[in-house]
Design a protein around this ligand. Structure first.
Ligand code: ARG
Length: 503
């Protein structure tokens, strides 16, 4: 790197020697922090308004600065179009949500050190020396803290929207399943029959908790670091509420040392995202199992399955396998961020730059996964006869049978033992409980009567769980309506917020 280029650095005044060329390349963050360009520009505009209010920029200078900042992304797009063919752009654009490939190559062509430097260079080119006033009263330390908060806030919004759509798909599928039953499992051994809808609604609960965790994170991070300076606060008497308001933060952050070095929000986002990933992975695992011949509960949608290059008969569940696999990235990112932060003294340390990539990885992986889930979930087809047959064999009505005896006045512990004995007898005979005659049953207790079979039928076995949150048919119908109401409320709130943000 020549001395000329070196002197273009934002901090080169006190240096006699240029940077080692290899080190210079290696420490640059532009190769990844270009993704923060929209946030950096929004934050710069807010800062410009704040210093204009403090008299640093005259009104016409403010206008010129804002216009110059607004032109940066369109220029990067133009440069991208000049550099790359349309075919290249199409071929390289990632299917995962959030990759702004449209302006990336144009930005990456720059030798700027980071996204902050890039904006300064571009602005200088566009509006001349006036651009050099923009850095008055600010530090990159508060800028990156602000950019990252804006980025995480935006991606939480996108994730919540996708989660709401996924929850809606579960509600739709549950409605379609009606009163159809399936076995439930504990220890992966058949336990009791449940309604398919009951099983599906379990995922709605997980998703709604995930949404509330993400929203908590968004509320906690929603304070504006601008005006915190490098560590001790801006050296100009800035009205920090101007920038906070401009960027739709609730208020300025309360402590400049915390604001410039806090990345809790990044960790919290990664943690909440990991929990979403764990839920996605459990779902993926269940679907993968249920789609095997051994279970035979689900027909995989062909649009989301692949064949084998070797075995002509195969239909493989690649989507669910990739979901299970990719969710690991979220946990990895979480560990990376936590490990990065734990040894850092206050306040800013360059290590913090390393929190960016795991945050981007979380957004890419999570939104990429969620983008397919509503459609995939809706496309699942259940094999009702197989599921119902499985729900009716293997003594899944034994709990209901014990409950029958309890209603006849037998203490539960005793009832458990009597039904256990009956199951053993039936097992040896190779039949189900419902196949035993009254005389056979009475070997285990005099309480058995002709109403026994009705009490252990599939519908009775379902309906005896008649409590809030239970799988009795009436309860599930209520739960479905309640879940639909909560999901619709979430969907309309999200739609409202999107409309609001666009305004
Ligand atoms: N790229 C840096 C980061 O991500 C920006 C802040 C640089 N601050 C500094 N004092 N070197 O953290």
């Amino acid at each position: 790197m020549s001395n000329d280029q070196q002197s273009a650095k934002m901090w080169s005044g006190r240096f006699r020697e240029p940077l080692d060329a290899g080190f210079e390349q290696w420490q640059r963050s532009l190769p990844f922090d270009w993704r923060l360009l929209p946030q950096e520009i929004a934050a710069s505009k807010a800062h410009a308004r704040m210093i204009a209010a403090a008299g640093v920029l005259a009104p016409d200078e403010l206008e010129t600065t804002l216009r110059g900042l607004d032109a940066i992304i369109p220029r990067a797009r133009k440069r991208t179009a000049e550099l790359c063919s349309e075919e290249f752009l199409k071929a390289t654009s990632e299917p995962e949500v959030g990759r702004a490939i449209s302006f990336a190559p144009g930005v990456l062509a720059s030798s700027a050190e980071d996204v902050h430097h890039y904006v300064e260079l571009e602005l200088t080119e566009a509006i001349g020396n006036l651009a050099l006033k923009l850095h008055t009263g600010r530090s990159r330390n508060e800028q990156i803290a602000t950019d990252m908060r804006l980025y995480v806030r935006k991606h939480i919004g996108q994730t919540v929207e996708l989660l709401a759509m996924w929850a809606a798909a579960f509600v739709e599928l549950a409605r379609k399943a009606g009163d159809a039953a399936m076995p439930s499992y504990t220890h992966l051994q058949r336990a009791e029959p449940v309604l398919i809808a009951h099983w599906l609604l379990a995922y709605v609960e997980m998703i709604l908790r995930d949404v509330s965790r993400l929203k908590d994170c968004a509320a906690r991070l929603n304070y504006c670091p601008l005006g915190s300076g490098a560590i001790a606060g801006a050296t100009l008497a800035l009205d920090r509420t101007i920038a906070a308001h401009e960027l739709a933060f609730a208020a300025p952050t309360a402590n400049s040392m915390d604001a410039t070095s806090d990345r809790d929000f990044a960790l919290e986002y990664a943690q909440a995202a990991s929990t979403v990933g764990i839920h996605i992975s459990r779902f993926a695992e269940e679907i993968t199992l249920f789609a095997t011949n051994e279970y035979g509960f689900i027909d995989l949608p062909e649009a989301f399955s692949t064949g084998s290059s070797a075995m002509p008969q195969k239909k493989n569940p690649d989507l669910t396998e990739l979901l299970r696999g990719k969710s690991g990235r979220l946990l990895g990112a979480c560990t990376t961020i936590a490990t990065l932060l734990k040894g850092l003294p206050l306040a800013y340390n360059k290590d913090l730059q390393e929190t960016q990539e795991p945050v981007f990885a979380v957004a890419d992986a999570l939104e990429g996964m969620l983008q397919h889930l509503p459609q995939f979930t809706r496309a699942l087809r259940f094999r009702h006869e197989r599921m119902e047959a499985a729900a009716q064999s293997g003594y899944l009505n034994a709990m209901a049978a014990a409950t029958y005896l309890v209603h006849k006045g037998v203490p539960f512990r005793k009832a458990h033992e009597k039904i256990g004995n009956a199951v053993r007898y039936a097992l040896e005979k190779g039949v189900e409980l419902g196949d035993l005659t009254i005389d056979e049953l009475r070997q285990f207790g005099p309480e058995f009567d002709s109403d026994f079979n009705a009490a252990i039928s599939l519908s009775a076995t379902l309906d005896c769980h008649d409590v809030v949150g239970g799988t009795a048919r009436g309860r599930v119908r209520q739960a479905l309506e309640e879940a639909a109401r909560r999901v619709n409320e979430l969907l309309s709130r999200e739609a409202e917020e999107v409309a609001h943000a666009g305004a």
